[in-house]
Design a protein around this ligand. Sequence first.
Ligand code: AMP
Length: 192
Amino acid sequence: MNIILLGPPGAGKGTQAQILVDRRNMIQLSTGDMLREAKDSGTEMGRIVADVMARGDLVTDEIVIGLIREKLLGDKAGGFIFDGFPRTLAQADALAELLDENGETLDAVIEMQVDDETLVKRIVGRAADAAAAGQPVRADDNEESVRHRLMEYYKKTAPLIGYYHAKGQLKSLDGLGEIDAVAAAIAAALDG
Ligand code: AMP
């Protein structure tokens, strides 16, 4: 089963993806994680995307589609969880083509709904906790970047909600509850 976790930054996509990895042996494909790895290992692509990411802008479709294309050729295990990808309609079309080329299907798109102020508080709080514990803080986890990331989400990614609804693949749920409750809602959406 291949699924997309769709939702604004801070909605808990990464946390829920990890649960699906543990419980269903799925493979999490987070373009954000891949880009941060490229940045931390100092590759040329990493240098190109660093400033873009710190501002909270989207990196180019070409770059993220290239990253996903490579991963689809690897181990499929219990299926892929696309986390933070696609973020534009062009990426959504590219994903459909890539899955098709690989003889794969997209089985569900889970939209995690959360309200904006909760998101801002959650992300800025996460950064403050990390800093207090002496852990690294994401360069884009400050309030200005978070608000910009949210605006990018509404402008460029939220149209995917309509797109997948029209294709009959969208399952929307409340992402605001406890982690276990959200995990249960996702499980029900996938198995129901
Ligand atoms: P995330 O960890 O998913 O919140 O992503 C962190 C940042 O990486 C985003 O704010 C973007 O700058 C970049 N990014 C991640 N995934 C994508 C994508 N699919 N398209 C464009 N930019 C992305």
